[in-house]
Design a protein around this ligand. Sequence first.
Ligand code: PLP
Length: 721
Amino acid sequence: MQLAPQNTFNYSRKHMRKTVSSCKELTRNLWWSWDTEAKEIFKELSPILWERVNHNPVELLRHISNEELQSRCQCDLGKKIERVAERFRSYMNEPATWAAANAPELVKNPVAYFCAEFGIHESVRIYSGGLGVLAGDHIKSASDLGINFVGITLFYKEGYFRQYLNHDGWQLEDYPLQYAESLPIEKVIGPDGKDLIISVNIAQSEVFAQAWSLKVGRATLYLLDTNIPANESHYRDICCRVYGGDQNMRINQEIVLGIGGVKLLNALGIDPAVYHMNEGHSAFLTLELLAKELEAGTPMEEAKKIIKNRCVFTTHTPVPAGHDRFSRDMMHYTFDRYLQQSGIEFDDLMLLGSEDRSNIYGLFTMTVLALNFSRAANGVSKLHGEVSRQMWQKLYGVSSADEVPIGHITNGIHSQSWASGVTDHFWRKYTDNLDTLTASRQAAEEVLARISDEELWCLRYRLKRNLIDFIYRYLGNQLFHQHTHSMYPEYDSSRLAKNTLSPDVLTIGFARRFATYKRAPLVFRDLDRLNRIINHPTMPVQIVFAGKAHPHDDAGKDYIRQIVEHSRRPQFSGKVIFLENYNLGVAKRMVSGVDVWLNNPVRPMEASGTSGEKTVLHGGLNFSVLDGWWPEAFNGENGWSIGHGETFDDYQEQDRFDAEKLYSTLENQIIPTYYEHDENNLPVKWLKKIRNAIATIAPEYNTHRMVRDYAEKYYLNRNND
Ligand SMILES: *Cc1c(COP(=O)(O)O)cnc(C)c1O
């Protein structure tokens, strides 16, 4: 036997060290969260641990010893790590991006995008719902397109709550802490080599915030954190919970986000090409920009014009009550010291946020401030654009809503993030990447032509089976603590085993925040009719629900309780399921597994909605009220509508009408189409709809298209330059 020469051993040791550091490098940039192979690496290291740490690779590596990691890097896994790390590095250094070719101005200076929440991955719990997920998908696409992009938000120590239900189905909230050491975030270091700390004035105090940075591909997300010893404890709590606390907490958060955010950019020497306020929460940023101009000696009116020319604003709220408003007293108290130092008069400030310009004694509205200071504003779907123009017509004093300068850009999703795993592998058999598939309707149709009905149906079965497997694992935990929590000793696992979800059954999914306008329990309006639908002898149906109600929203919590109660009725047991703790991870499972994604808000209260867009590349079909994005996308063949956009002033009447349409469309169209199989046992009409949905929806309702629209219509200011 011949011994390996000494130098081979040395070489491989060096090689292995390099691979270990490549693995660690991958954990420090959330790029991995939209790369299927990168995620497979972490899962392969330890499938169980990967689940336990909520898919957080930084935390995963904290649980794996150096010895183990080094050894694991010496075989095939090591090769995979190097391959993925190589792809990551070439992604980071790619010069030939969309922006380089189409928007070089946005490569030079960054877009500064402000949002109170970012939903990038379930392991970084700084989001609550749709707004955050949209911001997360936006920043990923901006990175993919090569736009120089910085996000600004807060670092919430407790994040949004973890939901669990007691035996009565009542939502309880738990606020597990998240620690910087377990996240891929770094302290921002200032020019002096010390931690970068900025400060803002709140009431009579100077409040300090430490800055963190999080890499999202080529983009950087900055997070401000007031939870530092320099602050009094009630100011440390500003960065505790997403949308936590009262109005006072809210205004403090918004000052840190908006004013603090601008101060941070200044301290970093970043000069944005444009400031994008995503929803009104960050609109105080305009005051800080104004104060800077005034300080430099610019006269007020000219300063206002300059600021307005640098900002754009996206509104997300189609109902007047949904907009952030603060009382005059609260504004006076909170901005006292700020105004003294900035040279802005209190009445001038109030005027900037007054909906009625003749009355500065009313409420201060963040949306009004944002509209006053943006060169362009938009709603997030065509319908929402129209609703917003009507809502703010008075503010502009124009005779027709059409003259209100609010446009629209319809929301999308980051396709690569939402189509990861099995679905990603599926598409990659037929095309080099998802960008090719979603480039245009024609491109999608070309790819689809290479796929047989058998293959498409096989994908649907596989994804549905994966969801069902996931639900059983998940429900085991959920029922276990529902029973322990209420001191019920018997944990009824037999019920689960008897009544199992089946992949042969048409599966409907409904998951979103439990805001009451989304009407989660609508399908239960007529229990007998629903019973006939669900328990049909040859064409049964099963429904999976998930969603969180805001901790202060008892009506939303009661909706959850009602659904849980229904799910325990003998006729629905095991066929109607409520999954706890909806988050990005649960969303991914649900949108990929279900056959039909149900959406029944009160029109026109859903500004856009995006969850239905997530289901399409997995072969899911939308069934929705014609609200938000759906009236634009629905063509009669790519899903179903609930009614034709009929609206009634009376809520009861609306519910009755929409429920009737919901049932009849299910009974007469959706269910028969699903169960109609040809001689090869394939639901050919259903598959045709899936193909139509993929070809017409995926190329349009994604954030690559959306961010390109923002860049071309809003970020680039070519006419004014
Ligand atoms: C997509 C998503 C949402 C938004 O869903 P809508 O249908 O737009 O309300 C909310 N929460 C999570 C976790 C999501 O993934």
